[in-house]
Design a binder for this molecule. Structure first.
Ligand code: GLN
Length: 191
């Protein structure tokens, strides 16, 4: 199994470390030709969504990545990655992939106070550690989107078809349950 990790900016190295520790080969997606390879899953890391959104277009990765997501390739999106997937970003006219029927608010906890740690239930995985860094939250989900986690009353994790999106950073905590569940999804996708 091979997982493509968007590696233009942000916390991609940490995702690669976790996935490799779980025995999965990773490919760094840095430019247009990288996304032409075959991979069974896609990780969109945290970082700065405006920068990532600009780079995926400038580096000719946008169309192919969007096609793969729409085609059913399993995606794990964290923090800025969630913003890239969202159908609507509050106070912004920009939409990136727009494949996740949800409305997100960037820097939703305030720019300075936006970093904190919590432990909350996540889907059927029990309590998981959650590190938030200038995190967005999901303000609204459309029908068909399953809410996996709430923190302080705000939606912090969802699943929609092949897309898992969280507002925190599971790659920074020593508990790889979310990655493991994602990797299982990658292994079971019908091709
Ligand atoms: N604040 C960032 C953004 O809006 C997201 C932060 C993160 O990925 N840790 O893109």
């Amino acid at each position: 199994m091979r997982i493509g990790v968007l590696a233009v900016q942000g916390a991609f190295a940490e995702h690669i470390r976790v996935a490799e520790e779980l025995g999965v080969e990773c490919v760094e997606l840095r430019q247009g030709r990288d996304v032409e390879q075959t991979f069974d899953g896609l990780i969109l890391p945290g970082g700065e969504s405006t920068v990532q959104g600009k780079l995926i277009r400038e580096l000719d990765m946008y169309d192919r990545l969007k096609e793969k997501i729409a085609d059913g390739t399993p995606v794990l999106a964290t923090c800025a990655g969630l913003i890239l997937l969202a159908e609507k970003i509050i106070d912004s006219g920009t939409v990136h992939f727009g494949t996740l029927p949800a409305v997100v608010r960037r820097n939703a906890y305030g720019r300075q106070l936006g970093s904190f740690y919590a432990e909350e239930e996540f889907g059927d995985l029990g309590k998981v550690p959650m590190t938030f860094i200038r995190a967005p939250y999901i303000e609204e989900v459309k029908p068909g989107v399953e809410v996996l986690a709430r923190v302080d009353g705000h939606i912090a994790g969802v699943r929609y078809k092949n897309q898992i999106a969280v507002s925190f950073h599971p790659e920074l905590d020593r508990n790889p349950v979310i990655h493991r569940q994602f990797i299982e999804m990658c292994g079971t996708k019908n091709r």
